[in-house]
Ligand binder design. Structure first.
Ligand code: AMP
Length: 314
C-alpha cells in the first residue's frame, strides 16, 4: 500500500557533544521517507527552495522514494532548522527555524499522492496538514506528528486536524502539553474524545526511553534499542514513524490489529536506533534490510521475560 508523506524537507544545522554539521539534509518528511522506504513505495510531498540540489534529491531517490511531488520554488529558500543538544543528548534547544518556502505552501496533491492508502502528516503547520488530509479521501490509515511550536501557536487548528486522523504520534511531554493531562493514559483518552471519527491509536515518543502505544483498550511500550553511542538524535521520531507506518503499509490488506501494531512498534524502534548513530540521514541512507531484521530480533530478545510465580508474602 503506497505511502504518502507531507512535511518538512529541510536543511539542518546541528551541534551535539560529538560534533556538528551545517546545512545537512534533514526535515521530518525526509527522515520518515527514508525509513518507510524499507517497507513500501513512498512518495514525498512538499516544497523546497532553489538552494535544494540534485544531490539531496538523490539521497531519497537512491532509496526508491518518489520525488516528483517535491516542488522546487523558484527564488525560494528551503526550510531551515538549527538545533543544539545538551551533554547527554536528553535536551535540545532550537536555535533557529526558517519556514522559507513553507510559509507560502498551498498543497495541491497529484493524482498519485491523493490515491495513497497510507498517509503520514509529518510535523508542519496544522492548517497545511488538514488541507492535505482533506485531499486524501480514500486513505486506509492516516497518522500525524506535531510539536510544541504548533501546540503553542496553532492549538485549535491542531486539535481539529488530529480529529481527522487514525493515529497521533507525539513526544510524550508534548502529548501532556497538548491535552493538559499530566498522565499518559488520561492524555490519550482525551485525544480519543476528539472526534468523530478521531484517532484510535496514540503513540507517545519517549526519546531514549522508547515509545508507548495506547488504544481504547490496550497499552504497549518498548524501550529504545540499547546503544553504546548516540551521535545525533535529530529525526529519530520521524524515523520511528517511518518504520512504524511503513510496516503497517507493507501489511497490505491485513487487519490493523493490536498484534500488527506491536510489531510495527518494534520496526519503528529498530529504525530509530540506526538514525541516531550518525548525523542526519547518514546512517539510514546506507542501511540494509538485513541490519533492520537483526535489530528487531535483538529487540525481541532484550524485551522478553517469562514469569515464574513464587509464593508472595501477604
Ligand atoms: P525530530 O528530531 O524527530 O523532532 O525531527 C527533527 C526534524 O524536524 C529536523 O530534521 C527539522 O528539519 C524538522 N523540524 C524542526 N522544526 C520543525 C518545524 N517547526 N516544522 C517542521 N519541521 C521541523
Amino acid at each position: 500500500m503506497p505511502v504518502t508523506v507531507v512535511g518538512s524537507i529541510a536543511f539542518d544545522s546541528v551541534r551535539t557533544p560529538f560534533g556538528e554539521r551545517t546545512r545537512m539534509l534533514g526535515g521530518a518528511a525526509t527522515h520518515f521517507a527514508l525509513a518507510a522506504s524499507f517497507f513500501d513505495d513512498v512518495r514525498v510531498v512538499g516544497p523546497v527552495g532553489e538552494d535544494f540540489g540534485e544531490a539531496e534529491l538523490e539521497v531519497l531517490r537512491r532509496r526508491g522514494v518518489e520525488t516528483s511531488d517535491i516542488e522546487r520554488v523558484p527564488g525560494g529558500e528551503t526550510f531551515f532548522w538549527a538545533g543544539e543538544y545538551g551533554w547527554d543528548l536528553g535536551t535540545r534547544e532550537t536555535l533557529e527555524t526558517r519556514l522559507g518556502v513553507f510559509a507560502q505552501f498551498e498543497p495541491k496533491l497529484s493524482a498519485g499522492a491523493r490515491e495513497s492508502d497510507v498517509l503520514f502528516l509529518a510535523n508542519i503547520q496544522p492548517d497545511l496538514q488538514r488541507a492535505v488530509r482533506a485531499q486524501c479521501t480514500g486513505a486506509r490509515f492516516t497518522a500525524l506528528d506535531s510539536m510544541n511550536l504548533w501546540i503553542e501557536t496553532a492549538r485549535d487548528s491542531l486539535v481539529e486536524t488530529i480529529a481527522t486522523v487514525d493515529c497521533l504520534v507525539l513526544n510524550d511531554g508534548e502529548l501532556r502539553q497538548l491535552t493538559g493531562r499530566p498522565g499518559l493514559l488520561g492524555a490519550a483518552r482525551e485525544v480519543f474524545s476528539w472526534g468523530p471519527p478521531g484517532p484510535s491509536v496514540v503513540i507517545a515518543k519517549q526519546g531514549e526511553y522508547g515509545a508507548a502505544m495506547i488504544t481504547a483498550d490496550s497499552y504497549f511500550s518498548l524501550p529504545a534499542f540499547p546503544l553504546e553511542t548516540v551521535v545525533d538524535p535529530t529525526g529519530a521520531g520521524d524515523t520511528f514513524a517511518g518504520g512504524f507506518i511503513g510496516y503497517i503499509a507493507a501489511a497490505g490488506a491485513e487487519a490493523i490489529d493490536e498484534e500488527l501494531l506491536r510489531r510495527a512498534m518494534a520496526y519503528g524502534t529498530a529504525l530509530a536506533s540506526f538514525n541516531v548513530e550518525e548525523f542526519g540521514t547518514e546512517r539510514v541512507a546506507r542501511l540494509t534490510g538485513a541490519e533492520i531484521a537483526a535489530r528487531v530480533r535483538e529487540l525481541e530478545r532484550v524485551t522478553h521475560f517469562r514469569d515464574a510465580p513464587i509464593e508472595l508474602r501477604g
